[in-house]
Ligand binder design. Structure first.
Ligand code: NBP
Length: 468
């Protein structure tokens, strides 16, 4: 009996995805570069599912029915190219490779082009939900040719998370659309995570709340409008005790945040495409700054003690509204970026569909997504969601709370970069007259860069001072 589909790469994601596919009734061939990992997987986790291990790449390819469909779940970057090169001699025209890792979209474009010369179909597919999602139903963002997607549509929609709006999988668009959307998903994820951390910092330092109390607040909030996976894991984290010390583990974790690149790529893509995503971008810098632990220790001593603002717990409601505000504006920025990329790279992405498949399985799932979809449904051209009374009323209703929280953080010397950038994003976009007129004048003054005028058509330059 041949397998219906193959999975290469049996680390956290590959193992769980293979099990998910097999539990949905498919026979799955699996292969991993290091044989030991395959053996361990089969011995410890396979319990009667139709999973066929291979320890030789040719044997692996031969064990899959034609046309072959093979999911690559290996580390992003050169490992993807290396495994493609290993597989290529054994593949035939019409076979399909699916890169389900967090590959950079430019790499996906290049691989699509390269493999098309061999007659091999290729999908760049974002998968969100971590190991739990991979096993029980992730959010799946495949991009490439529609023909390629049709070959695996059944299996992908079966293994995806389900919501009342259907399976969290859709054909995202042409070329590298799937990996682009997954990258921006991660950029939004960075921003929401940073935003939750900023709120946490105010609760622990200004309100002097302990982790258990903070956990209770997040848990309470999450029953309401927030309904967010990232908030859910936050209160679970707050309640997790370290067995050795009997202290909340979160308080023992070093404050240096790691990153694998997708947040940085989102910021780079936004800068390249000229789309304002300040909240997403500073969330990356916040992680970068966290790495300078030695400097922070040294400078905190020179700076001296920070005096926390005197406020009571009545601001907890303001903190909740600030989180909703940040979340909304993080999605606003991310969607705008996806829209511009879709135009620039001919992805043909349906933003409503993107929001729909983010509703379940993925890390940024939140109740707010239904609200965002309602805004967009009324006006699909409302690409950053702000051009509607519904959206404006939402952010304006939160604004007094947001400004209060920002001012409390400023007064206390606590960094809240996402919060402040979300405020400035809103204030900038809703400002008819920005001081960019002065910037244009300065540019023309020192570099003859020219400017436009508000009272007549044309491009102008003046001699701002006499050149001797
Ligand atoms: P890792 O990203 O840690 O990659 C480990 C896997 O890549 C192992 O199977 C390893 O094989 C294989 N590999 C490497 Br490294 N170099 C290889 C090469 N040259 N040829 C063949 N195989 C190679 O695994 P992961 O955390 O399961 O993530 C897989 C992909 O999914 C990544 O792109 C990741 O960014 C993405 N992703 C991860 C998550 C998550 O929560 N972890 C969520 C969403 C997406 P070995 O056993 O021989 O070393």
């Amino acid at each position: 009996m041949k397998a219906n589909i193959g999975v290469v790469g049996l680390a956290v994601m590959g193992q769980n995805l293979a099990l998910n596919i097999a539990r949905n009734g498919y026979a799955v061939a699996v292969y991993n570069r290091t044989a030991e990992r395959t053996k361990k997987f089969v011995e410890e986790r396979v319990k009667g599912e139709k999973i066929f291990p291979s320890f030789d790449i040719q044997h692996f390819v031969d064990s899959i029915e034609k046309p072959r469909k093979i999911i690559l779940m290996v580390k992003a970057g050169s490992p993807v190219d290396e495994i493609i090169e290993e597989l290529l001699p054994y593949l035939e025209k019409g076979d399909l490779l699916i890169d389900a890792g967090n590959s950079h979209y430019a790499d996906t474009n290049e691989r699509l082009e390269r493999l098309s010369h061999h007659g091999i179909l290729y999908l760049g597919m974002g998968v969100s939900g971590g190991e739990y999602g991979a096993l029980h139903g992730p959010s799946i963002m495949p991009g490439g040719s529609l023909e390629a997607y049709k070959m695996v549509q059944d299996v992908l929609t079966k293994i995806a998370a389900k919501t009342e709006d259907g399976p969290c999988c859709t054909y995202v668009g042409n070329g590298s659309a799937g990996h682009f959307v997954k990258m921006v998903h991660n950029g939004i994820e960075y921003s929401i995570m940073q935003s939750i951390s900023e709120i946490y910092d105010i609760m622990r330092k200004v309100l002097k709340m302990n982790s258990a109390e903070i956990g209770r607040v997040f848990e309470e909030w999450n029953k309401g409008e927030l309904g967010s996976f990232l908030v859910e894991i936050t209160y679970k984290i707050m309640n997790y005790m370290d067995e050795e010390t009997n202290r909340p583990l979160v308080e023992l974790i070093l404050d240096k945040a790691e990153q694998k690149g997708t947040g940085k790529w989102t910021a780079q893509a936004a800068l390249d495409l000229g789309v304002p995503t300040p909240s997403l971008n500073v969330a990356v810098f916040a992680r970068t700054i966290s790495h300078f632990k030695e400097q922070r220790i040294q400078l905190s001593k020179i700076f001296g003690e920070k005096k926390m603002a005197h406020v009571d717990k009545s601001i907890v409601k303001d903190l909740e509204k600030s989180l909703l505000f940040n979340m909304f504006l993080s999605f606003s920025q991310g969607l705008w970026l996806i829209h511009e990329a879709s135009n620039a790279y001919n992805y043909n992405i349906d933003l409503l569909e993107v929001l729909r498949i983010w509703k379940g399985g993925c890390i940024i799932r939140a109740k707010l997504l239904d609200f965002l979809r309602n805004i967009l449904k009324d006006n699909p051209q409302n690409i950053n969601l702000l051009a509607s009374d519904l959206a404006m009323n939402f952010v304006k209703e939160k604004l007094p709370s947001v400004l209060r929280v920002s001012s409390i953080a400023r007064e206390s010397g606590l960094p809240t970069p996402v919060l402040n950038n979300s405020i400035d994003y809103l204030f900038s976009l809703t400002e008819e007259n920005l001081p960019a007129n002065l910037i244009q004048a300065q540019r023309d003054f020192f570099g003859a860069h020219t400017f436009e005028r508000i009272d007549k058509e044309g491009t102008f330059h003046v001699e701002w001072q006499e050149l001797e």
